[in-house]
Design a binder for this molecule. Structure first.
Ligand SMILES: [Mg+2]
Length: 423
């Protein structure tokens, strides 16, 4: 049996754990630069606020006091996320952290009849120690556990078990096909054009049809719905980190855009390498700068900017160009900077299921082409990683990582560039 533990409205719950006055009222957490809603309390959902709804559409609700909007505090969320995941590990032999607020719980070796009470224990502990509400669904496979957690949340239950055949089928009949884990927008369109509207419809199609229509990913989902566990996330057994970051203090204050841009490119490429080494994909990139705390003529300033990826990635080229775009938005000409950094967060395992692979691709020919492009980018990144590992220093890099000016400067990266083994 597998469990899926999922924190309810995670960012909002984190804010409530600090400030109980937010309890019971409509609350949203906004994305970087307060662009749109990225988390909603149940009360905010009931007001009809959508995930990703732009903040300007919420202005009148906020002004009239009907809705409380908060800027995201991602360091807090990360901290609580680590604590939540460590509580999970107190109760089960192994847990796979799937995202910042979700873990698959491995119940192998534990008798089925005690699973609900273990899940209750996890839930109670998270509430008592962290004031974070968690929902746990238990089923034979990861896909069914996800469905179970989903329906528990709808019913307002904390823990659920989904094993009864009839119950599974009636549950699946009530869920639209796009709710199925691993089925993106394009695939949904494909399936609805074939008359498959609910997960139940999909469940009842013969396997041979599923295989020929959707290929191996569809087959996997179908088998999982029928109770056969085949989505393995085991290759990320060593706990996947929630974020990787790289930052340095410069040996001098600098206002050189070219210099800072090259530093950001280097830090980003290094983060991307670490991300690939743990077989992860990131959904969020953040760039930040800071001035010198001791040079106060302009005051202390520490701007930051972030970008979300609809499709999780570990592609160095994409990450570096995104980071440079973020940097352009926050750097002010003429101001000196002393420190810069890059954070990749919201990391998920690069598993067999990549839901958004299908999201933006118009037709099968494009899917194949995008797959090829992606494979090429992956192969390039892998080759660069291997060559640099063999050399023992990151000497093969993107042109954007070349640092202009400031000769003799050493921030820990430059030295490894300058003293490679002879090859
Ligand atoms: Mg959640």
């Amino acid at each position: 049996m597998t469990g899926l533990a999922d924190c309810n409205n995670f960012f909002v719950s984190c804010e409530r754990s600090l400030d109980p006055s937010l309890e019971g009222i409509p609350v949203v957490v906004l994305s970087n630069n307060d662009g749109c809603a990225i988390a909603r309390s149940n009360e905010a959902k009931r007001l009809g606020i959508k995930m990703g709804q732009p903040a300007f559409e919420l202005r009148s609700l906020i002004a009239s006091g009907k809705l409380t909007a908060l800027s995201g505090n991602h360091l807090l969320y990360r901290d609580i996320s680590l604590k939540v995941h460590s509580i999970f590990r107190r109760f089960v032999p192994a847990a796979i952290d799937y995202s910042v607020d979700e873990s698959f719980l491995d119940f192998s070796g534990i008798p089925d009849d005690v699973l609900p009470s273990i899940a209750e224990g996890i839930r109670r502990t998270c509430l008592e120690e962290l004031r974070i509400p968690v929902t746990i669904g238990i089923a034979a496979t990861k896909t069914l556990a996800k469905i179970c957690t989903h329906s528990c949340k709808h019913r307002g239950e904390g823990v659920g078990v989904l094993t009864d055949r009839k119950e599974i089928e009636s549950e699946l009949n009530g869920l639209a096909i796009n709710e199925l884990w691993g089925i993106g927008r394009r695939l949904t369109r494909r399936l609805t054009s074939e008359g498959v509207y609910s997960i139940g419809d999909f469940y009842r199609r013969p396997l041979i049809w599923v295989r020929s229509t959707l290929g191996v990913n569809g087959e996997r989902s179908w088998r999982e719905l029928h109770g056969e566990s085949c989505i393995e996330l085991n290759h990320v057994d060593r706990a996947i980190q929630n974020s990787v970051s790289e930052s340095r203090t410069f040996p001098f204050d600098t206002d050189s855009y070219d210099y800072i841009r090259a530093r950001i490119a280097i830090y980003t490429a290094d983060c991307a390498r670490k991300l690939r080494a743990m077989n992860g994909l990131t959904r969020q990139l953040t760039v930040y700068l800071a001035s010198n705390r001791f040079h106060t003529e302009n005051g202390y300033y520490a701007p930051s900017a972030g970008m979300r990826f609809e499709r999780p990635t570990s592609d160095t080229t994409l990450l570096v160009s995104t980071a440079i775009e973020c940097l352009r938005g926050i750097i002010t000409p003429g101001l000196g900077y002393k420190r810069a950094g890059v954070i990749l967060s919201d990391i998920i395992p690069a598993g067999p299921v990549t839901p958004s692979l299908f999201d933006e691709l118009p037709d099968p020919a494009d899917i194949r082409r995008a797959g090829t492009d992606r494979k090429r980018a992956e192969a390039l990144d892998k080759a660069i990683d291997r060559i640099n590992r063999d050399i023992g220093a990151p000497r093969l890099r993107l042109a954007s990582q070349l640092t202009p000016g400031h000769p003799g400067h050493n921030d820990g990266y430059s030295s490894s560039f300058q003293a490679p083994s002879r090859r």
